[in-house]
Ligand binder design. Structure first.
Ligand SMILES: [Fe+2]
Ligand SMILES: [Fe+2]
Length: 331
């Protein structure tokens, strides 16, 4: 397959993926780290075998006590988002047009990515447990519901929509973990700041990988990638935990409160959404794409104009004021 690929016909996604999968394998070492060189949750958590264990926990709880209520809520929502990893892994394995083989490029990538991501929920879950501020039973009910409910993000099993979504999401999680790190540091919880900081840098690395998959796809199939991108943006990128709920509440109910808290704190806002879109447009050089068919041109023009439109809408949005009492948080 060369860059002279013919315009889309049925089954061409398969050809593109056959061209992409070797890149996924080759580039894996660029975007994922060797297991034994990685940080692990134990690097940051009190070690129960040490004589100082209880003192360390006391310190951890003292700093956790200083965290503002909204920040704890956002941290819990972020942790639950990480804990729904089984949903993301099963969704990734449903992608069409990849080699359905345990040793294929896509499956190898998916397993290695999942293995890295798994550390995020592990670390944050243990922190929340030790912090003493969280009703862990309520937290665990939400985690079980979220995995059971899954998500509805509008990608179907299309590889292009999937990689566009993951590019967006990895950038979004980078932003939110990074901001939680900053706010934790401000309120004196250095340990939590470090934890969220290392998670954020994993997310940034993952974002680069998915962005590069789309870069390769654009080279050989620009029209279809643009149509997929346009479609995802028209539907709006839904957060992976959009069905998040608390015990006794309907699907998605608590997600709105979580996202209000994130907006209030400036952890993840409507303007961040626009910034992420701008970054993707720049990385994929959308504005400069030429030699497109009519539909591809329309999609490009829609996408290029979209950030300004979204900024105007974001400017009109008011910051949510009302605080909500989460079942997850004591006191
Ligand atoms: Fe993560
Ligand atoms: Fe991630």
């Amino acid at each position: 397959m060369q860059e002279t690929m013919q315009p889309i016909n049925e089954g061409s996604r398969k050809e593109v993926m056959r061209y992409l999968e070797p890149f996924m394998l080759n580039e894996m070492s660029e975007y994922l780290k060797p297991v034994e060189e990685m940080w692990q949750p134990a690097d940051f958590l009190p070690d129960a075998s040490r004589s100082t264990f209880f003192e360390e926990i006391k310190d951890l709880q003292e700093s956790a006590n200083e965290l503002p209520y909204d920040l704890v809520a956002v941290l819990i929502g972020d942790t639950l988002t990480e804990e729904a990893l089984p949903t993301y892994e099963s969704w990734l394995t449903m992608v069409d047009d990849v080699e359905k083989n345990e040793q294929g490029g896509w499956m190898k990538w998916t397993r290695a990515w999942t293995a890295e991501e798994n550390r995020h929920g592990d670390l944050l879950n243990k922190y929340l447990f030790l912090s003493g501020r969280v009703n862990m039973r309520e937290f665990e009910i939400s985690a079980q519901y979220l995995i059971k409910d899954g998500f509805d993000i509008g990608t179907g099993s299309d590889p292009y929509r999937n990689f566009i979504y993951t590019s967006f999401q990895e950038l979004a999680t980078n932003v939110s973990h990074r901001r939680v790190a900053g706010l934790s540091k401000q309120s004196g919880d250095k340990l939590l700041a470090k934890m969220c900081g290392v998670i954020a840098s994993d997310e940034a690395r993952h974002a680069k990988a998915y962005i590069s998959f789309i870069k390769h796809a654009i080279k050989v199939d620009p029209n279809e990638v643009l149509l997929a991108f346009e479609d995802m943006m028209r539907k709006k990128i839904v957060m992976p935990a959009h069905l998040l709920r608390e015990s006794g509440e309907p699907q998605g109910e608590v997600f709105a409160h979580f996202s209000d808290a994130a907006q209030r704190l400036g952890v993840y806002t409507a303007l961040d959404y626009v910034d992420i879109l701008k970054e993707l447009l720049k990385d994929w050089k959308v504005e400069k794409l030429s030699d497109l068919n009519e539909a591809g041109e329309k999609a490009r023009d829609y996408l290029v104009k979209l950030p300004d439109r979204l900024i105007r809408i974001a400017d009109r949005m008011k910051n949510p004021l009302k605080e909500y009492k989460f079942k997850w948080i004591y006191g």
